[in-house]
Ligand binder design. Structure first.
Ligand SMILES: [Zn+2]
Length: 292
């Protein structure tokens, strides 16, 4: 299964390497990663980053606090919609959107694909819909990003074991190569999304961790800025750390079979984009033949 790795937004927080671990200047470089999967059931977008409406009118769609803290760089060409079109597809070709969670930097592009079925954990949708919420919850979940979704599919409870994770689910209308892997802690319904590419699994761990070296077997570390941000955004530290430990185990014991990346690490995104091989025109033709 062909996967395009997209940068659907960039945050440039003041602090540089304090956040990303490598920038020389005062600003950090934090991508919002997404994937576009060419599946037998049409195009599947995994996370949506910031969308065209976020770029056009960030205020009041996104909270001033988050915009200021992250110094979000809004660019139309980084939206999923723009990139889907640039690859030669129509927005209507995107039949499914699978979300790691509903935070503002993952759900912003939903309304750019109004015909897509949206898959998310039930606990996530419930948490996002709650009206009585705290300081962070009000700023992370932005109803205007998802109040036009017509076809929600939410998931709870039962599922299978998958490489040390539990309650892993297939998704309604999607091929069995795409799985939702619950890993709460960052939010109540946070999940990773696993895709069997035919030559190994790729696991998008979303915001289960933020910095590549957090998955190192020894001397693991996180930058101070991202450690603070994760602490500020977490809903359950114990669950978050337990899931990070499971991801480290997975990487150590099955690193050849499963490639793991997260939403906000520039180096990881660049490495994944390096795997995304043939030029778009060839890919589109191959995909058209495959679904014909
Ligand atoms: Zn995020």
């Amino acid at each position: 299964m062909r996967i395009h790795y997209l940068r659907c937004g960039t945050d440039c927080p003041l602090g540089g390497a304090f956040f990303d671990g490598f920038s020389k200047g005062p600003l950090g470089l934090i991508p919002c990663a997404a994937q576009l999967v060419e599946s037998s059931e049409g195009l599947v977008l995994i996370d949506t980053g910031y969308g065209t409406q976020d770029v056009r009118q960030p205020h009041p769609r996104l909270s001033k606090f988050m915009r200021t803290l992250l110094n979000i760089r809004f660019r139309m060409e980084e939206t999923a919609l723009h990139q889907v079109k640039a690859l030669g597809y129509s927005p209507a070709d995107v039949r499914h959107i699978v979300l790691t969670h509903l935070d503002f930097d993952h759900a912003g592009g939903l309304e750019d694909f109004p015909n897509a079925r949206v898959h998310v954990m039930e606990a996530e949708r419930e948490a996002a819909e709650l009206t009585r919420r705290g300081f962070i919850a009000r700023r992370r979940y932005r109803r205007s990003q998802w109040d036009n979704v017509r076809d929600w599919r939410t998931y709870a409870g039962a599922g299978e074991r998958w490489f040390g994770f539990d309650q892993v689910r297939q998704l309604d209308g999607l091929p069995p190569e795409i799985l939702m892997v619950p890993m709460p802690g960052h939010t109540w319904g946070h999940a990773g999304i696993a895709v069997d590419t035919g030559s190994g699994w790729v696991l998008n761990a979303g915001d289960a961790y933020f910095y590549r070296r957090e998955l190192d077997a020894d001397r693991r570390r996180c930058t101070p800025g991202l450690r603070l941000y994760q602490t500020m955004m977490e809903v359950d530290r114990e669950l978050r750390f337990a899931n990070q430990a499971r991801l480290r185990d997975l990487k150590r014991s099955h690193g050849r079979e499963v490639t793991i990346f997260c939403s906000h690490d520039e180096k990881e995104l660049e490495a994944m984009q390096g795997r995304d091989a043939p030029p778009a025109s060839t890919a589109k033709r191959a995909f058209a033949e495959a679904v014909a």
